[in-house]
Design a protein around this ligand. Sequence first.
Ligand SMILES: [Zn+2]
Length: 243
Amino acid sequence: MPKRPDLQRLWDDVGVKRVLEGLLDSAEGVDKARILSVSEPESGAWLHALPSPHLGTLLDSDSTRIAVALRLGCAVCEPHICICGTMVESNGHHALSCCRCAGRFPRHHALNDIVRRALVSANVPCVLEPPGLCRSDGKRPDGLTLVPWERGRCLVWDATCVSTFATSHIGRTARVARAAAELAAARKREKYAILANYLFIPIAVETTGCWCAEARVFFGEVGRRLRERGLDPRSGTFLMQSA
Ligand SMILES: [Zn+2]
């Protein structure tokens, strides 16, 4: 019996939990990765967002259809050959990891824009692609705060969006939720070890909407600072919904 039998939601949770366990027991491979991933709280946050074109939270019909279909495992498109020569199945997963797919750059840009705008709102000035800073492969980080973020160190961040369903990730993501994001975060940390004077935060998110642990802590802290400035107490939630 739920701890608070007067709350209907807690009764629903019991049934939902049982259904989820049944789905996970019967699923494997791509389907198991999908169910594990979309069960994470941040993965479904967008469903509660206020649809606003000004805030960037208004999804057009096609984006909504694809977002829902990917989470439910429904067909997204007719099978066809991608411009890279690979067969695209009806689940559309190939487009999420194809190096020739145009969607990768807008996703990356949108993520950085959300981080930059949230930091500015929290009164933390920052710049994107700061000149003069290089990671081990010579590329610039995505962003840098111009004032210290924690323990006297400025924050350097690098965002990446990886596919939960990529062939190289599916072995991990079908076992543990967020595994692709955590792997991407670890790779970023290696590249940024050279910038030891800065606090580095990898912002790795998966195409199904879940984030690496450091990104979750970071967004939580940004939300706390937004609330501290007297902004809406739901600022942290709004930030989660946008990302
Ligand atoms: Zn392709």
